[in-house]
Design a protein around this ligand. Structure first.
Ligand code: 5GP
Length: 201
């Protein structure tokens, strides 16, 4: 059995990547999602162990010290990181897994897993991004301004990604299907299907 493929989806807050990724996972049971650890407080409706593992700074620093995170970063004063064990287990079991993480973490993972596939999801433009962030109503003005600044920095790194996908308003299904097409296409890459030659020689 071949190993699963690691997919990394990044995109600024407000790019809609959470919704798109959820759609991909909900409609394709063969793909798993890594649940990150974070020191940020849960937003209304977010559940521990489902959306994130919500932990203290001390606990997070323990994970770092014990080498239990594949990558981590600080984002708007909070730690975010990918627990390594669950990712390795899924890949070994032949399951594709998506990491929904920001650019710094994405590049850390790419250095460790050269064949990981990176996808940058963007909103159509910065005005749409700001409108989406404000309409959430969950963040203060100060946080929104910081997230917008970070968004500009993140999108500037799009050239380091393998794919870019635009998430237009009201087109979640199309966007999720495009992401899924990328996942399928990656399985057909000749670099991943070399074993097929053995059946012909
Ligand atoms: P939010 O607070 O909006 O849930 O997430 C803030 C940012 O952190 C998003 O860009 C999200 O993709 C990113 N993020 C979430 N989990 C991780 C993680 O485990 N590692 C890294 N590097 N970024 C993460």
């Amino acid at each position: 059995m071949s190993k699963g493929i690691l997919f990394i989806i990044s995109g600024p807050a407000g790019s809609g990547k959470g919704t798109v990724v959820k759609r991909v996972i909900d409609t394709h049971s063969d793909i798993g999602l890594s649940i990150s650890a974070t020191t940020r407080s849960p937003r209304p409706g977010e559940l521990d162990g489902v959306h994130y593992h919500f932990i203290t700074r001390e606990a997070f620093e323990g994970l770092i010290a014990n080498g239990e995170v594949l990558e981590y970063t600080t984002y708007c004063d909070n730690y975010y990181g990918t627990p390594v064990k669950a990712v390795n287990e899924a890949l070994e079991a032949g399951k594709d897994i998506i990491l929904e993480i920001e650019v710094d973490g994405a590049m850390q993972v790419k250095r460790k897993f050269a064949d990981a596939v990176t996808i940058m999801l963007t909103p159509p433009d910065i005005q749409t991004l700001e409108r989406r962030l404000r309409s959430r109503g969950t963040e203060t003005d100060e946080i929104i301004v910081r997230r917008l600044a970070r968004a500009r920095e993140e999108v500037a790194l799009i050239g380091d990604y393998d794919y870019s996908v635009v998430n237009e308003d009201g087109k979640i299904d199309e966007c999720a299907e495009l992401v899924y097409s990328i996942i399928k296409a990656e399985h057909a890459k000749t670099t991943r299907t070399k074993q097929i030659i053995k059946k012909f020689i």
